[in-house]
Design a protein around this ligand. Structure first.
Ligand code: ZN
Length: 146
């Protein structure tokens, strides 16, 4: 990935399938692309090629803003495998994207004790080294005009 790549937490490469390949390809380029239903507007998480709401198979890959809010979270302080032990404590969270979908992820690059429900977060991408990246989130910088 780019020079600006930062490793936050272990990033095991996923195994993309025909439904999720465009999603994973986008992560490698620093984007969250999800399939949006052309008929009812629903955005399923995880990405699917048939709308679970109205059964339409007319879905369009669409780039999300990459921002959202913490929907729920917990702080893991113990009881993890070796690869994760050096990263304790870390935050496991559900983040709701501004477009609606709620995804399981991590909130990184901040004090775990400062994370709270409703906190504004922005996506970051942990390169797996295999043409994909794991989506995580950091607290949104309030003063940024970017
Ligand atoms: Zn639909």
């Amino acid at each position: 990935m780019s020079d600006s790549y930062t490793s936050y937490l272990p990033a095991k490469a996923p195994e993309p399938n025909v439904e999720t390949q465009p999603f994973w390809d986008a992560t490698a380029q620093g984007r969250i692309d999800l399939a949006v239903c052309d008929d009812c507007g629903f955005i399923p998480w995880y990405p699917r090629l048939m709308c679970p709401d109205c059964q339409s198979t007319s879905m369009t890959w669409t780039t999300m803003a990459g921002t959202g809010t913490v929907y729920s979270y917990s702080v893991t302080r113990a009881g993890v495998g070796r690869a994760w032990k050096e990263h304790l404590p870390f935050v496991l969270a559900y983040v709701q994207l501004d477009e609606g979908p709620i995804m399981m992820t991590n909130v990184v690059a901040c004090d775990p004790d400062e994370v709270e429900v409703g906190m504004a977060v922005t996506a970051v991408f942990d390169d797996t080294g295999e043409g994909t990246a794991i989506i995580r989130f950091t607290p949104t910088q309030r003063d940024s005009n970017e």
